[in-house]
Structures are given as structure tokens and as C-alpha cells.
Design a protein around this ligand. Structure first.
Ligand SMILES: [Fe+2]
Ligand SMILES: [Fe+2]
Length: 388
């Protein structure tokens, strides 16, 4: 999961699911720095917006999912585990300590701003209980018993198991590095899981799978960039770790994109309207409720550092929207209802608007030229927010 806030915010937030307002093309663009978790908590919630009869669509796709989605999971025996890339504590203690020392030598050169975004990514991965809870709130694909044999439930449990290794690996690596304040990081994770998240997906799996397509690609992008930066900073092992995690995210992205592709095939208007609703709401990042008990703007500050390092920026956001439009051939959809057509028009014009947001974010970053912020995760050392 990716941590950073790059958002598309609707002009109308107080809707009910019974009488939704028509889509507005005059939605407001906000920069990462202006979006706060506080605003999120004030929104009126829309729940269970997928019509009951559409639950049948997901039931009818179970067989398809077992052939087209479940094979994208890796069998446990063929899966990597965090221990493959960590010092081996079962070795004689001097050998183990040598491996830890080598790890600390490698991580000694990682810049502070890089550490901040890496910790942000790790904390986001560590909030996995929240994501599994979210998945099980999606109507028609939830794991009703905890051991359900439906394809959707099998996917969600195994996806969780795959994701679970990401936080474990990054957390242990960072712990052994000695470069970060583990207690402040653990506090942040504690706060984050306790706070939950509000993705505004309305218990609607159409919206949910559009969201996860976006999110997995965003995470793959940011982990991939952090892998390259780790290599440049002299830590090839961390580069391998991040590259390995990014490869998992890529498989997950493929699965979720395929599901949306299928929904566009069986219910094109329903699917494009859900994609529009998702994009109009904005793609709220999963860790948007993040706090450490010290910096009231922690999440925005993290987003600003990420934007400056280009680990994940508004350009990436626009690129992903463009990519999904192309991959799902949204501009070529035919046979849509009139509501479907207006959703299509909205979605296909979105990337251009987001690129304008990128220019604004860069401009804002330039204005913040001398702003430095302390991050508790790195023992209150200061990190520059603005562009170099
Ligand atoms: Fe992950
Ligand atoms: Fe993933």
C-alpha cells in the first residue's frame, strides 16, 4: 500500500446514497498539503450503494475468478519470506552480528529524507488489518465465515497473507538499521490502525476494485522508485527487498485490473459510473489517518517529502489515471446509458486536470523553499520539504 496523499476532491461531499447528486465536472483540485485527515472525518458517509441485484454478478463471476484471478497468487512453497533477505538469527551469534553490522554499514548512507518516505511506506504496509477489514466490507465479495471457499474470499485471505510479509520485512530491516526511532514508528502504527481509514468506496466492490487497481499500481511505482534510490545510495539489499515487494504489488495490480476489465465487459455502464465515482471522490491514500502524537501535519509533511523526492508525486497520479483509462479502453466503451456516457466523459478528461494539480504542487513546493520539518521517526532530525 502507498502512503501518500495525492487527491482529487469532490465539490459535493454531503450526499446520501439514496439520492446521489449528478456528477459535477466543477470538482475542486486540492494539493496534497491542503488535505487533512480531519476533513475526512467530517464527511457524510455513503454506504451499501451497490444495488442488491448486482451481488448476483459477483456470484456468477466466481468460476471466472477461480480461473482468471486466483492463479495470480503464488503458492506458499514458492513464495519468498522476509527471512530470505534478513540477517539469520539462528546462526552463531558472532556470524549473526556480522550480518547485522553489514546491514548497518549499508544503511548508514541512506539520506534522512529517503528514510522518512521509506518509514511512511513501511507504516502503511503495517496497517494491513485495516485493509483486510475494508475488503470484508465490500458487498458480495466478503468472507462471510472467515473460512469461506468463495473465490473472492480465497483471494482476499491470500492477498492479505502476501501483503503481510511486506510490513514484516521492511519493519525488521529498519529496526536492525538503527537509523530510525522504532518507538515513534510503532506509536504511529498503533494510532493508524486504531484510527481506521475512510476510502469512500461505499461497500461497493465496483468502486473497491477500481480503487485497488489504482492503489496497487501506485505502490508498485513508489516501491520501484525507492528501490532504485536505495541502489544509488549503496544498499543493494534494500533495493532487492523493495524490488521484490514491488513485484508482488504488480501481480496484485494485474488481478484487480482484470476484475474491473471483466466488470466493464458484463456491466459497462455500472462499471464506468463506479470508476467515475471513485475518481471523483479522489483516491484517498490508505494511511490518511496517520499521526505520531507530535506533528499535527505529519501526513501532509510526508506527502510533501515524497513529492519533492518524486517517490510518488502528482505526476505519478496522473500517469496512473492515464494508464488505467488506456488499459480499460474507457474512451472506446460503447453501448452506455446516458449516465454512463457522462461518466466516461468525466473520467477521460481527468488526467489533464490532475497534471494541472501537479504544476500547482510544484509551485507550492517552490514557495516553501526554506521550510524544514522535524520527523519523530528519525529522532527529530529535520528534513527539507521544498524542492532543492
Ligand atoms: Fe504491500
Ligand atoms: Fe499489494
Amino acid at each position: 500500500m502507498n502512503s501518500h496523499a495525492l487527491a482529487w476532491t469532490p465539490s459535493c461531499v454531503a450526499q446520501t446514497h439514496r439520492h446521489p447528486k449528478p456528477p459535477s465536472k466543477s470538482a475542486t483540485l486540492q494539493s496534497p498539503a491542503t488535505i487533512s485527515a480531519t476533513a475526512t472525518t467530517l464527511r457524510t458517509k455513503k454506504t451499501h450503494t451497490m444495488p442488491q441485484e448486482k451481488i448476483e454478478i459477483f456470484k456468477s463471476l466466481e468460476n471466472w475468478a477461480s480461473h482468471s484471478i486466483l492463479p495470480l497468487l503464488k503458492p506458499v512453497e514458492k513464495s519468498w519470506q522476509p527471512q530470505d533477505m534478513l540477517p539469520d538469527s539462528s546462526l552463531p551469534s558472532d556470524e549473526f552480528i556480522d550480518q547485522v553490522r553489514a546491514l548497518q554499514d549499508r544503511t548508514a548512507q541512506l539520506p534522512d529524507d529517503y528514510l522518512v518516505v521509506l518509514v511512511g511506506a513501511m507504516i502503511t504496509e503495517e496497517a494491513l488489518p485495516t485493509y483486510q477489514t475494508w475488503f470484508n466490507q465490500l458487498d458480495g465479495v466478503e468472507d462471510e465465515t472467515g473460512v469461506s471457499t468463495s473465490s473472492w474470499a480465497k483471494w482476499s485471505r491470500s492477498w492479505t497473507a502476501e501483503e503481510n510479509r511486506h510490513g514484516d520485512l521492511l519493519r525488521t530491516y529498519l529496526y536492525l538499521s538503527g537509523r530510525v526511532d522504532m518507538q515513534m514508528i510503532e506509536k504511529t502504527i498503533h494510532y493508524l490502525i486504531a484510527a481506521g481509514m475512510d476510502l469512500r468506496t461505499e461497500n461497493n466492490p465496483y468502486m473497491g476494485f477500481a480503487y485497488t487497481s489504482f492503489q496497487e499500481r501506485a505502490t508498485c511505482t513508489s516501491h520501484g522508485k525507492m528501490a532504485r534510490m536505495a541502489k544509488e545510495s549503496g544498499d543493494p539489499v534494500l533495493a532487492r527487498i523493495l524490488g521484490t515487494i514491488a513485484a508482488d504489488e504488480k501481480r496484485h495490480e494485474t488481478a484487480y485490473m482484470r476484475i474491473v476489465e471483466k466488470l466493464l465487459e458484463v456491466d459497462p455502464s455500472g462499471a464506468i459510473i463506479a470508476i467515475k465515482d471513485m475518481m471523483r471522490n479522489k483516491f484517498t491514500m490508505p494511511a490518511h489517518m496517520m499521526k505520531d502524537g507530535r506533528d499535527p501535519h505529519l501526513y501532509d509533511h510526508l506527502g510533501a517529502v515524497s513529492q519533492r523526492l518524486k517517490v510518488y508525486s502528482t505526476t505519478d497520479y496522473a500517469d496512473i489515471v492515464d494508464f488505467l483509462i488506456g488499459r480499460w479502453r474507457l474512451d472506446k466503451l460503447e453501448g452506455l446509458t446516458s449516465e454512463g456516457r457522462s461518466a466516461q466523459e468525466f473520467v477521460c478528461g481527468l488526467a489533464h486536470l490532475i497534471r494541472r494539480l501537479d504544476e500547482r504542487a510544484d509551485e507550492q513546493a517552490r514557495k516553501m523553499e526554506l521550510q524544514r520539518v522535524k520527523f519523530s521517526w528519525i529522532f527529530d532530525r529535520e528534513v527539507l520539504l521544498a524542492k532543492k
